[in-house]
Design a protein around this ligand. Structure first.
Ligand SMILES: Nc1ncnc2c1ncn2[C@@H]1O[C@H](COP(=O)(O)OP(=O)(O)OP(=O)(O)O)[C@@H](O)[C@H]1O
Ligand SMILES: [Mg+2]
Length: 257
């Protein structure tokens, strides 16, 4: 009999055999649930195809869940934030309708960028992460970096001769998030590497950038007005810029304590 002997495996019981096969096929949810669901099926007088369908559906749902969790983990968010947790009444001048539209992720298909500018604590990182989480939940490829991290990685990859490959990988993401541009001034060399990254992503993938500096001051971030203008030109061509002017949410929490 084909099923009684399996190379490298010997079974005491039929259930061991079942466990082995389901594990080999990575059907972990079916493996966990099939006995309980069999009992349920008997009680509910369920036909065998319905029992099987229920198990297969459970497996598919848990595989989708696992793939979403993996996407969220791979993205490297510093914390998880959600649009639903954002108190729009605290930033009344922010276009809530547009933010909610962005959460439907059309901007990714259109390869458009999103830029959040504003002083500390107004929710720039929160909104960037929240859009990133939505994208990961839609099983898009997302990566989150602080400007400091990404520029350090660009410089390191340049030194080791792997810059082209690194930039290619980043430009193949659906969404690249770069947080806190402007808190640290870049060297001219790093600024030119950053330009290469943005130029590669242009019209190919979406980028979200948060910055505490208005566009007029980006020349200072990159120590070069020409490079700053070239970066801005590409970022802004197809983009949703937000200028958040409100008060720091961190202060709100401080006042209440
Ligand atoms: N409108 C809001 N509703 C709910 N939570 C908010 C809101 N704005 C900010 N927060 C929370 O306040 C904290 C600070 O927000 P966030 O980190 O997004 O600020 P930021 O604009 O990125 O500031 P910084 O420039 O200092 O990085 C976070 O915990 C964030 O979740
Ligand atoms: Mg921030």
């Amino acid at each position: 009999m084909a099923f009684t002997k399996t190379k490298g495996a010997s079974f005491q019981k039929e259930t061991d055999k079942m466990d082995f096969y389901l594990r080999s096929l990575s059907l972990h949810t079916v493996r966990n649930n099939y006995r309980t669901e069999a009992d349920n099926a008997v009680k509910a007088n369920l036909a065998y195809p319905d029992y099987l369908l229920r198990l297969v559906e459970q497996e598919v749902l848990s595989k989708i869940d696992r793939s979403i969790n993996r996407k969220i983990q791979i993205a490297g968010f510093p914390q998880l934030k959600r649009i639903e947790e954002f108190d729009f009444s605290y930033q009344p001048q922010l276009d809530e309708k547009l933010i909610r539209e962005l959460a439907s992720l059309h901007f990714l298909n259109e390869k458009k960028n999103v830029i959040f500018l504003g002083p500390p604590g107004v929710g720039k990182t929160h909104l960037a992460i929240a859009l990133g989480v939505k994208a990961a939940q839609a099983r898009k490829r997302v990566a989150f970096y602080s400007a400091e991290q990404i520029t350090a990685l660009l410089a390191a990859n340049d030194l080791s001769g792997l810059l082209g490959k690194f930039i290619d990988t980043l430009s193949r993401l659906d969404l690249l998030i770069i947080d806190e541009l402007g808190y640290i001034e870049l060297s001219k060399k790093t600024a030119s590497l950053f330009f290469r990254l943005i130029a590669k992503c242009y019209e190919k993938s979406s980028v979200i950038i948060t910055s505490n500096k208005p566009f007029e001051e980006w020349g200072g971030i990159f120590q070069d007005d020409v490079v700053a203008a070239a970066i801005l030109d590409r970022l802004l061509h197809h983009s949703y810029p937000f200028f958040i002017q409100g008060k720091s949410f961190r202060m709100k929490n401080l006042m209440q304590n």
